[in-house]
Design a protein around this ligand. Structure first.
Ligand SMILES: [Zn+2]
Length: 124
């Protein structure tokens, strides 16, 4: 948990492989867009963020557990991440992008297929 946003994390690779297998082509970590979206589907004007449940404070999620030590510090940090996400989404939407977010826990084995199928529905 030493970094906020890792590159090539497992959940991202999973989604990329899935999209690729369905014939979608994408760009990664587009620096020109706010928040550097993990996956950019230019053709569909869609950006996808793959979020860790902890760092992005996934609401009502069992993987989002605030540490018992330095609790205030963590809360502040995560609140700030959430605010940044929110700001980025807003700007992206103003630029005409559709923003999709997938949380790590939504890619756990038992619900992965459901999540990925829903993703496809969102894209079309
Ligand atoms: Zn979660």
């Amino acid at each position: 948990m030493s970094q906020i946003k890792g590159k090539d994390t497992k959940p991202e690779i999973l989604i990329r492989k899935f999209l690729f297998s369905k014939g979608f082509r994408y760009r990664l970590y587009d620096k020109k867009l706010p928040g550097k979206p993990d996956i950019v589907l230019t053709k569909y004007k869609i950006v996808i963020f793959v979020h860790g449940c902890f760092w992005h404070g996934h609401k009502n999620c069992k993987y989002f557990v605030i540490p018992k030590t330095r609790t205030d510090w963590w809360l502040k940090k995560i609140e700030r991440n959430k605010q940044l996400d929110c700001d980025n989404f807003q700007v992206l939407q103003e630029l005409g992008w559709k923003v999709l977010t997938i949380f790590e826990c939504e890619l756990k084995k038992n619900i992965r297929d459901k999540t990925l199928n829903e993703l496809i529905t969102e894209i079309y």
